[in-house]
Design a protein around this ligand. Structure first.
Ligand code: AMP
Ligand code: SF4
Length: 469
């Protein structure tokens, strides 16, 4: 049994970053880019722009379309911008943590934003505070700014590269000075970051759907360990680390990214569909219809239906006006939340043997509620099929997959879990199946197998990893 004393995870963020260089109305275009990545974070958003003379910023808590309007966008002058959407899942909500941060310094101001999580942030913060740093926020992003300014290097690019060497964990950073945009990825490439072109300018984005949104053309992904510098001379690429590897977060494909985005050359919808196909091969079952949990599991459900030959049906609909349910503070609220969000279609499921496809099980709240609702609506059998392996360990790299004792698969075997959610059968996609579905790309799958690609630094996290608690 897991000990709850190990639940005090640090701040975890699931965010999206967007940057633009040398394109008129950079703030307005950033608005559209960020809006298309709203699913990556709804807690807060901001944009910092530059007109080559000054930096301008606006940020607030809330969604992109409520935070920005014509009046405040028109004050964000210039042809260069960085922007951020933020999803704080623990601790550090509030305006002080909304990004981009805009740092004022005698050697030059800069804006900074980040997607990911720095796992050695407490150690670095302690070190920097002992050297005199005073932090304005509880976000680990600010640590990077202090490292840059406290380092020995006088050249800004060298200072960035030196500072990045101190950071362990997952990051996609965008940094804007008055004349240069920098974009960088951690040496394991855990979080996505792509470059595109628009007219004579450049666009950088967590997801390619934002490039499509503003009519930019995808050029390439930024590589693990790469620092891209964009200025008047064009694009300059260099690496801050030599020991790089490709460990893209598997959850980006499974749940997090938009189906119309491509990650390392693989379309997310196609990847999910392929997961559904593999699942049908690994766990066939006799049934009348295949139903996907909207929206993130629809692609996998199509794949399962195609592979099995069992018809896909719209047996469940999503209330488009409901908010999120995953991170509600209490279990009772989460359960109500599922009902507000998802409803079975009685005339479709009644009298049918249903294969219900979901992309993942975290706490088990969604599955248990959906199985119960389907049965209330007259489904004869409900066979749950999950298009990813069981989540048995937390993520320390910026995706909220919950804590050890909340993760139902960390605490329960398959049969017990099947009984708990009330399904007639339950099966998860195997790790090998997931690898194959994602074209054997270099992946992080640590929440499925505890094979974390970095040190975790915190004693609590290490203890969790080794299952000592
Ligand atoms: P649960 O009800 O706790 O088992 O959560 C499972 C549901 O949450 C699934 O339907 C997933 O689509 C969704 N989900 C999985 N991972 C996340 C995440 N990191 N943030 C929000 N929702 C998630
Ligand atoms: Fe993604 Fe899981 Fe790795 Fe976190 S632990 S980066 S959620 S695959």
């Amino acid at each position: 049994m897991v000990n709850t004393q190990f639940d005090d995870r640090s701040l975890h963020e699931e965010c999206g970053v967007f940057g633009i260089y040398n394109v008129q109305e950079a703030a307005q275009l950033s608005f559209y880019g960020l809006h298309s990545m709203q699913h990556r974070g709804q807690e807060g958003t901001g944009i910092v722009t530059s007109d080559s003379e000054n930096l301008y910023g606006h940020k607030n808590e809330g969604q992109v379309r409520y935070v920005f309007n014509d009046a405040n966008l028109s004050k964000l002058k210039g042809d260069k911008a960085i922007g951020h959407v933020r999803y704080a899942t623990q601790g550090g909500s509030g305006l002080m943590n909304v990004q981009p941060f805009l740092f004022k310094h005698s050697t030059g101001d800069f804006g900074l934003c980040h997607n990911g999580n720095i796992v050695n942030s407490s150690q670095l913060r302690e070190f920097l505070e002992s050297k005199g740093s005073i932090f304005q926020s509880t976000s680990d992003t600010e640590i990077f700014a202090h490292l840059i300014k406290q380092g020995r290097q006088t050249n800004f690019l060298d200072a960035i590269k030196e500072s990045l060497l101190y950071l362990e964990g997952a990051f996609a950073f965008l940094l804007l000075t008055k004349d240069t945009l920098y974009a960088m990825r951690d040496k394991n490439g855990l979080r996505p970051l792509s470059i595109g072109q628009l007219d004579n300018g450049y666009v950088v984005s967590s997801e390619t759907c934002a490039l499509d949104m503003i009519g930019a053309t995808f050029t390439r992904d930024i590589l693990p360990g790469e620092v891209v510098m964009i200025n008047q001379e064009g694009i300059h690429s260099s690496f801050y680390a030599k020991d790089v590897q490709h460990r893209m977060c598997a959850m980006e494909y499974i749940y997090f990214s938009r189906p119309d985005s491509d990650i390392t050359g693989l379309n997310v919808h196609t990847a999910r569909k392929q997961c559904g196909r593999m699942l049908a091969q690994e766990a066939p079952v006799e049934a009348d219809i295949v139903v996907g949990v909207p929206d993130s599991s629809l692609s996998a459900a199509y794949g399962y239906a195609e592979e099995s030959g069992i018809p896909y049906e719209m047996g469940m609909i999503k209330n488009r006006y409901s908010g999120r349910t995953f991170i509600e503070p209490t279990q009772a609220m989460r359960e109500k939340g599922v009902k507000m969000k998802l409803s079975p279609v009685r005339s479709v499921v009644s009298g049918k043997r249903v294969i219900l496809i979901d992309d993942s099980i975290v706490r088990g709240t969604t599955s248990a509620n959906l199985v119960a609702m389907l049965k209330q609506m007259g489904a004869l059998e409900v066979h749950m099929r999950i298009a990813s392996p069981p989540i048995i360990a937390p993520c320390f790299y910026g995706v909220d997959t919950s804590t050890y004792d909340e993760l139902i698969s960390a605490n329960m075997g398959l049969d017990e879990l099947c009984e708990k959610i009330g399904a007639d059968s339950l099966y998860f996609l195997s790790e090998a199946g997931l690898q194959k579905a994602l074209n054997n790309k270099g992946l992080c799958m640590a929440c499925f197998n505890k094979n974390y690609p970095t040190e975790l630094y915190s004693k609590l996290e290490e203890a969790n990893k080794d299952g000592k608690c």
